[in-house]
Design a protein. Sequence first.
Length: 265
Amino acid sequence: VLQRCFDGLHLSAICPARLDEVLGAAYSVSLFTDWQPVPERTSDFEFRIWVKQRLSHEAETESIEGLVQEPGGPLRGCVECSTKQHPLKGVDPVACTDQGSLGPWYERLPHFRMQFTPSAGEELQSEYFVAREHAAEGLHALKECSDVFRPYLLANEVRAIAADSLLLSPNRDTYVGANGSVGFHFTWKLDQENVMTVALPAIEKALEPFGARPHWGKLFAMGQDKLEVLYGDSLSEFRELAKRNDPEGKFCNQWACETLNTHGA
């Protein structure tokens, strides 16, 4: 796997077709932004692109240079970074996996090297998933509320996820379709009160038209009533499974009881 980083993709250039092209440009692609306005055009925002290319894969024989230099290439207009990068702008990239050189998948697909603290270390995280077809609209909706959540943000990563068939997966094919979903992952400053009461409600409202579902293992603000709408019969089926296989709630905790209404909570 070869990992390379690029600057120069602007929100104003992102439409559904372009975003789909960028996310499909290699085996794994991540977009990063801190939602700070571009100095020379304050209504626009820049995304940095991390491209992880599986060079031995027959479907990825096209060179990165072609993706950048060809008039219709998905990375057209972008410039490759000449120095090693960190997802958090301005942070020392020593903790990041190698960029610009070939290596085994387990040393390139992760953003961070195993012997180092990932990301900022002391942080909070959230992630919301929308059907891939709505991802570009979702990004533009986030722009409209970025003034609200920006003060608490370290970085926002955008990445594509394959569809699955798991019961409570936010990426389940019955919700997002066969093309899978796109995740909007947020790394927050260690300010849980403002993240929970200011940032997340604004993001959830902005993404509501696109049926955004939260990552179960990260912070989200929506209540049980909203989850019932998003997951419908799947939640009922999960409750039945939980009660049948764990009638005394030994594997349940307060969060699951309150959020998923298991075991008669």
